[in-house]
Ligand binder design. Sequence first.
Ligand SMILES: [Zn+2]
Length: 170
Amino acid sequence: MSRNVMIRTKNISFSYTEYENNQELDSDDMELVKAAREASLKAYAPYSKFKVGAAVRLKSGKVVCGANIENAAFPSGICAERSALSNSISNHPEDEPVAIAISAMTEDGITDASPSPCGNCRQVIAEEEQRTGNKIRIILSGKNKTLIIEGIGDLLPLQFNRNNLKINPL
Ligand SMILES: [Zn+2]
């Protein structure tokens, strides 16, 4: 008896758009980056001194912000992205997010590197995309350079989501 075993190696590619100069951003994206930068000034980050701001643009055009909030019990802190999304979901549940901009600063100013969301925040962005049925444009803005990703699928492939919770029939 021979078994017919199928084993395949698959590759996943992802794409993003890199703006080498923030001046090339369109005005909506730049406005959101500015809001994220302002939000980062309000971060409570006495331990890491790494201040992050996030700005969420809602379908109505409204912009909702959040910043990272650290805690002496480190795991009790929250990132800027989840802070901003908690703000938008709890205060504007019917007004869905279409874009989120993220900016980070240290004591030396805005970071050169484009800040990328941590795994927890990627998971929360994925849930929000699934809740609303729409992709969220993710704008990662460094001091001079910005990366734009059209949806969390490119940052979180093979994601765990509500479909995984469905009980398969026997
Ligand atoms: Zn995070």
